[in-house]
Every structure is written in C-alpha cells, then in structure tokens.
Design a protein around this ligand. Structure first.
Ligand code: SKM
Length: 273
C-alpha cells in the first residue's frame, strides 16, 4: 500500500488527493494520498515526525518548497538550482527532492497547444517567484527568448541571470511590459494576483495582444482569471492554471511509482472541481 501525501499550509483547496487517487486507479496500484497540513511554526518538529512515518513519497507546497531542502538526504540538480522542491521520493528511508512544477507546466502546454512549443520566439514571464523560476528553467531548452516583468526588479534580474544565455531576454517594468505586450507569442502569468478572493485584480493591463498569442495563468481559482478573460477578449488563446497542477502531479506520480499515467483524461472532469 503506497503512502503518499502533501505537506503545506493551508491545504483545504488542494485537488492533489483527487488527482492522485485517479492515478492510483489508472495504474491499479493500491495506496492513499493524504493532506498533511503543517503550521509553519511547527515545521521542524512535524518534519521529524514525518521521517518516522513509512511514506513512499510526498508533495510539498507553499510555504515549504524551500524550507524542506535542509531536511533532504539528496536533491536533484534542477531542483537544487531552482531552490525549490515540490516532490520528495522516499527510498530506504532516504529523502530525495525534485521539482516537477516547471516540466508539468511545459507538458500541459504541449498537450493543448503543441504549436506554441515549436513556434514561440518571444516569451514574457510575469513574476519572479518559485513558479516563475521553475517554468523559466523548463523553457530554457526551447529555442526562444524569455523576458521577465516583475514589481521588484532585483528578483527578476536574478532569475534572468540564472538562465542560459541563449534564452536570456531582458527585464521590463510592469508598465513597459503592458506597452509591449503585443510583441510576445507567449505570456505566462505566475504571480498570485487574481486569485480568489481577490479575483478582480490583474497583474498587468491587457490592452494589446499579438495575433495567435498564447496567454497562460497559473492561478486556477478562479479558473478564468481576469487576466485570461481580458486576453481572450483581445483575441488571445488561453491556457488555464489547473493544467499545470494536473501535469506536475503526473510527473510526481511517475517519480514515486515509475508508472506513466494519462493526465489528459482528467482535464474535463477537473474543470468542474
Ligand atoms: O507543486 C504543486 C504541489 O505538488 C501540489 C499543489 C496542490 O495540491 O495545491 C500545488 C503545487 O504547489
């Protein structure tokens, strides 16, 4: 019986238990995926307790993706460069950390808009936090240029300088980015702006959109953020945040079980969750 789960705080909204129970069903593996909410002030003690439990693996979400790192026995290269872990694999009692968020995002775009992966030349990432970094690193194998806009320039500059030179673009203020928005083939919103209960907020004015551009938001509550709604009104194609969650979960599941699942089969049902 596989023991899987998620640590973070708060966790009430998480769709991970639903996703992983579907993956368990698809692969006919026996197991359970539990929500393990931890108060930030109790983190070190709760992690020691978790070490004593016989887990096979678990996901890590906010606010612990960085905090978990000192408690690992080893860490995958990409996760280490990123400084964030969302998946821990437990083998012989040893914890190894990975990050499946960026690859999950990329794979979810490939599943719905495969042409964007091969044709996009200019990408704008809004935000410079952990999700932005994960996505940017996963995109850095493609042949495109990544620009970054963020309220705080220093974090965006740091992200840009961590990217391979071949894909490294430039920093833009939010105003500059809004004015240049129609120069981008692919715009990726990675901040929490627009998330319920502040769904009326938008990180950047969407006045201009390039023909055939893809606008993507990693916020999934609401599914259609104001950012995506306005982009759609201006003619953009849109990619919704729940798809990243779905595909990162499939990658985590593969790390724990060596089994490939079919995430696409859950897209429609997930939209009504
Ligand atoms: O990275 C993921 C994590 O694996 C699960 C999750 C959730 O269930 O809300 C969100 C993301 O942080």
């Amino acid at each position: 019986m596989l023991q899987l789960g998620l640590i973070g705080s708060p966790l009430g909204h998480s769709l991970s238990p639903w996703l992983h129970s579907n993956f368990l069903e698809q692969t006919e593996l026996k197991g359970e995926y539990q929500l393990m909410e931890i108060k930030p002030e109790n983190f070190p003690e709760e992690i020691s307790t978790l070490k004593d439990r016989e887990m096979n693996g678990f996901n890590v979400t906010v606010p612990f993706k960085r905090e978990i790192i000192p408690f690992l026995d080893s860490i995958d290269d990409r996760a280490s460069r990123l400084g964030a872990v969302n998946t821990v694999v437990v083998q012989n009692g040893k914890w190894r950390g990975y990050n499946t968020d960026g690859d999950g995002y990329l794979e979810s775009v490939r599943a719905v808009y495969p042409d964007i992966i091969s044709s996009a030349e200019r990408v704008l990432i809004i935000g410079s936090g952990g999700a932005a970094r994960g996505i940017a690193f996963s995109l850095s194998g493609l042949s495109l240029k990544i620009d970054v806009t963020n309220r705080t320039p220093s974090r965006a500059e740091e992200l840009l300088s961590d990217l391979p030179e071949a894909v490294r673009g430039r920093f833009l203020t939010l105003n500059e980015a809004a004015l240049a928005l129609d120069e981008y083939d692919w715009v990726i919103q990675t901040t929490s702006v627009g998330m319920a209960p502040k769904a009326e907020e938008i990180p950047i004015d969407v006045k201009k959109v390039k023909e055939n551009a893809l606008f993507s938001d990693i916020v999934y509550r609401p599914l259609e953020t104001r950012f995506l709604l306005e982009a759609k009104r201006k003619g953009a194609r849109v990619h919704y945040g729940h798809l990243m969650l779905l595909y990162q979960a499939a990658y985590s599941f593969a790390l724990w079980t060596n089994e490939e699942v079919l995430p696409a089969s859950l897209i429609t049902e997930m939209e009504s969750k």
